[in-house]
Structure formats: C-alpha cells, structure tokens
Design a protein around this ligand. Sequence first.
Ligand code: HEM
Length: 324
Amino acid sequence: MASNIQTLLVLVLATLAIFMIPSNAQLTPNFYKKVCPQALPIIRSVVHREIIRERRIGASLLRLHFHDCFVNGCDGSVLLDDTRNFTGEKTALPNLNSIRGLEVVDEIKEAVDKACKRPVVSCADILATAARDSVAILGGPHLRYSVLLGRRDARTASKDAANANLPPPFFSFSQLLSNFKFHGLDLKDLVALSGGHTLGFARCTTFRDRIYNDTNINPTFAASLRKTCPRVGAGNNLAPLDPTPATVDTSYFKELLCKKGLLHSDQELYKGNGSESDKLVELYSRNPFAFARDFKASMIKMGNMKPLTGNKGEIRRNCRRVNN
Ligand code: HEM
C-alpha cells in the first residue's frame, strides 16, 4: 500500500516536472523588464536612426524576421555567417544578394549588450523587435503591438531548409497557401502578412517573368516596368513593391485590385473571382484598421513559430556566429 502511494507520488512529481521544464516556457512581453529594461528602447532608437538614414532599412528588417521565422522557427538562424565547415542560410536562393539590414542588426546587438552590460538579449528577439518597430515607425502607432520575447538563438542553420521553406515569387495561390499552412498559418495570415509588401523593393529577376508572361497584369503597369526590367540583364534593377515603399499603408492591396501587384505571388492573392482571398484583399484595401488589426495578430503568430526557450539554444554574443 505504502509503496503504491510512493509510486503515485513519484509519477505525479515527474509529470509536474515535465510541465515545469523551462524549455516549454512561453514567450512574454516582459521578458527583459528585470534583466535589462533599457533593451527595447535601445532597439527602437537604433532602428529609428537607421530608418532616417535610409528609409528602406525598415523593409529589410521586417523581411529578415520573416526569413528567420519560416526556416525552423524564429531562432536567429538566418544571421549566421558561413564558415569553413558550415553553410548557413545566407546563400540560399531567396536570401542570396537579397537580404539586407545585417549590419543594423550588428549595431543593435552591440548597443544592447553594452547597455545591459552582458549578452542577455537574443538575436532572434532583436529581429522580432526591430520588425515591430520598423512597421510602427513607417506606419504609425496603430500598427504597434506588444512584441513577445524570450526567444533564444539556434546553434545551427540550414541552407536546404531555407530553400525548401521560403516561398518563391513564382508560387501559385495554392502553393502559397500550403506553404503558410505548413508553418501553422492560415489564409488570413497569408493575405495580412503579404501586406508586408507595403514596404520595400524587389529586383528585376524576381518579377521579370510576371511582366513579360503573366496575363493577370495591368498592361500599362507591365509596359512601364519593362523599362526598368528588360527581357535580358539588369537583374538587380529595383522596383517598389507598392507605390509608397517607405510607408505602411493599404496601397499594396489597392494595387492588387487593379492588377498592379509587382510579384506574381502578390497578384495570386487577388484574381477578381470572389474567392475568400479576394474578399480579404478587398477588405484590407478599404479598411486600414482591419489591415492593422490582422497584420499585428499575424505578426505575433509568425513570431511564435517554434521559438527556442528555456535552456534550449543560447544567447549569442555575436549574431553572426555561435558562441564557442
Ligand atoms: C507570401 C509569400 C512571399 C513571397 C513569395 C515573397 C517574396 C519576396 C520577394 C521575391 C522579394 C524581393 C526580393 C529581392 O528582390 O531581392 C520580397 C521582398 C520583401 N518582402 Fe516578401 N515575400 C513573401 C512574404 C513576405 C512576408 C510575410 C513579409 C513580411 C511580413 C515580407 C516582407 C518583404 C519585404 C519588406 C520586402 C522588401 C525588402 C527590402 O526592400 O529590402 N514578404 N519578398
């Protein structure tokens, strides 16, 4: 009898212990409140300064967080440099000659570690916070949300996973949706987060096929882009993803209604056939508050993807390499 009770007690304690393992810890908005209250204001001030220096940097920082989260979760893996015996994600097709803002991340990390007097803020949390701040700085306070924190940094990265997980611009609607579903996101997340294309630019290589071969495109719009992006060459020439590339607004969605999406994948979200996706594009095009509400909710959802917490991973001292 006594030994039965003992066994039961051990079982109960073991179950409790499993639930208390810190690696199951949730992200929280107050993660750095006690250990380094200056962390968030510092990140914001560096982001602000860099955006004033170059408006596009906000777009680039937002995209970095997306490219981090979609490849094995938001764990700072995108930031790791290649070494002699390690190939990271920077040379994967969607990232090569394309991701930007890496020096700004270094600058933030240096400033934050200096203020906190030791490395307590993870590179993954820096990306999540810099993305949130960029959007609020370029869009206004109604786009600001409370960013969840406590992510830790990966000690690995995968070029293959980056190639397999980041959606390319030639994807069809159903490919985009299955890619997002694979990451635990739904149709509303797909349309709202694609609204990230309210900021920034794309290279000719990413939209060339669309402007010469797609039919679901405004002919005047296609003709004017062909001047920037010839049939051959000039692959790095840039075009804005919407007419106001340094402002978070709803013009990205308005353009989709007139078949003026820059990327094939953008226009896939609106075909004018009354689909659920069409309805979301129409809603966001006419209602900035609905867009802000859903964009913020989806950013938080994306930021929650498979974070390393508790004793998993590490807090890198330098975002470009794992600690020794
Ligand atoms: C839905 C699938 C998506 C596809 C196929 C896609 C594809 C692309 C491509 C091809 C570019 C241009 C890259 C270049 O020319 O080097 C780009 C830029 C960009 N993307 Fe996406 N993207 C997607 C989703 C997202 C999401 C979810 C976000 C953020 C929430 C985002 C934010 C951005 C930003 C801000 C830029 C401009 C970056 C800059 O100017 O530096 N994208 N995207």
